[in-house]
Design a protein around this ligand. Structure first.
Ligand code: 5GP
Length: 209
């Protein structure tokens, strides 16, 4: 069966816990997942490290990456550029790793056009009061920022229909197991295994030669 990795895109509202889910997938299913580190022009937040959380770039550096075709996709989000470096993703897929992109919706839909085999997962909170609680619980967000994020969620939820799967992040363990189950099922999908079927067919025909 296919030994190529799967390209997995995870999007969701601010406050759904995407980062926590991705970190848990990396630790619980250690060798099978790799996460892409994006390039961005936004300033690092406290504790963020260059090359670990993001590749922090100037606008000129970022635009040069676009020009040199080094990014699979890029988008402008809250006045900053964000983009996915191509080489890491393609190398890891060839190595058989499932590569996770934790990116916003426009970028996700662009990647789907370029890599139709990728799988889009939309992460949802269990309900709206819990989303509000999580946004407020971050402590660093003012009421107006929380409102702004909820308003953005109203716009973003429309796009959930364009995703392949919805996963609810209520219980973290369950959520990660569900994502891993989706990945396992997708890898058994017939369309990803046509070479395997062709080989069996050839072998079978060979028995009559
Ligand atoms: P933050 O600034 O909070 O780290 O990220 C803001 C948004 O940018 C999040 O929705 C995150 O998923 C998205 N994002 C991060 N990296 C990329 C990327 O490479 N491409 C796109 N399109 N979005 C990204």
């Amino acid at each position: 069966m296919t030994d190529k990795g799967l390209l997995l895109i995870i999007s969701g509202f601010s406050g759904t816990g995407k980062g926590t889910v991705v970190n848990k997938l990396l630790t619980d299913f250690d060798d099978s997942y790799a996460v892409s580190v994006s390039a961005t022009t936004r300033d690092p937040r406290e504790g963020e490290r260059d090359g670990v959380d993001y590749f922090f770039k100037t606008t000129e550096e970022f635009e040069l990456m676009i020009e040199n075709n080094e990014l699979i996709e890029h988008a402008c989000y809250v006045k900053n550029y964000y983009g996915t470096p191509r080489k890491f993703v393609e190398d890891k897929l060839d190595e058989g790793k499932n590569v996770i992109l934790e990116i916003e919706i426009q970028g996700a839909l662009d990647v789907k056009k370029l890599y139709p085999d990728c799988v889009l997962i939309f992460l949802l909170p269990p309900d709206v009061p819990e989303l509000e609680r999580r946004l407020k619980g971050r402590g660093s967000e003012s009421d107006s920022v929380v409102k702004e994020r909820l308003y953005r969620a109203v716009v973003e939820v429309e796009f959930a229909y364009k995703y392949d799967y919805l996963v609810i992040n209520d219980d973290l363990d369950k959520c990660c197991k569900e994502i891993d189950t989706i990945v396992s099922a997708e890898k058994l999908n017939t369309k990803r295994n046509t070479v395997f079927i062709d080989n069996i067919e050839k072998e079978l025909k060979g028995t009559f030669a």
